[in-house]
Design a protein around this ligand. Structure first.
Ligand code: URA
Length: 206
């Protein structure tokens, strides 16, 4: 599995603002969406293309079309924040949803909702802003992988070394795209230094 840390001055600046505890929810949402564009552009670099002949107002032109369909799968609820950027730039996507609950040990996950379109031969983008323990991503990638997609990529705004290790073991062929890999998880399984609870900060809950 390849880990891709998307490096760009704007990514670093936006991520710093996202981490800042003084950033209010409305701005946090805006920044989360902005950062998602950078990540999604990189994560979709492997899309297959096909030729498309068109005519400009001046001449014939041998252009490009996408050669495969894209399915985006946000993990509820934080992943929803990354969905609008995906709809904006990944063209005619289909969308599947996976909702996962943590048990009180914070270790195990169960799916309370899983609604996926046909994934066969599709380019599937799983989005979840925080790759922490990796268990949510692992469960989501299991559901996706068994539906025989052509390619799967995992996109997270922040990742922990622990989460990356877990996915590296479980899904060595699925690349991860993230803006940064932080130091570690704390005892509550939060990413440190991190940005806190992404869902709470984005949706102004606690
Ligand atoms: N989920 C979050 O929102 N934040 C973390 O640090 C870890 C998981």
């Amino acid at each position: 599995m390849a880990l891709h840390v998307v490096e760009h001055p704007l990514v670093s600046k936006i991520l710093t603002d996202l981490r800042d505890e003084n950033t209010p929810a409305s701005r946090f949402r805006e920044l989360g969406r902005q950062l998602s564009y950078f990540l999604l552009i990189e994560a979709s670099r492997g899309l297959r293309t096909k030729p498309r002949a068109i005519r400009t107002p001046l001449a014939d032109f041998d252009g490009t079309d996408l050669g495969q369909s894209i399915v985006v799968v946000p993990i509820l609820r934080s992943g929803l924040l990354m969905l609008q950027p995906a709809m904006d730039i990944l063209q005619d996507i289909s969308i599947g949803y996976i909702g996962l609950e943590r048990d009180e040990t914070l270790a195990a996950r169960t799916a309370y909702y899983c609604k996926l379109p046909d994934l066969k031969d599709k380019f599937v983008v799983v989005i979840d802003p925080m790759l922490a323990t990796g268990r949510s991503a692992e469960l989501a990638l299991e559901s996706v992988s068994k539906r025989k997609p052509d390619a799967v990529v995992m996109v997270s705004i922040l990742a922990s070394p622990e989460g990356i290790r877990l996915l590296e073991n479980s899904f060595p062929n699925i690349p991860i795209y993230t803006a940064a890999v932080d130091e570690r998880l704390n005892d509550s399984k939060f990413i440190v230094p991190g940005l806190g609870d992404f869902g709470d900060r984005a949706y102004n809950t606690n």
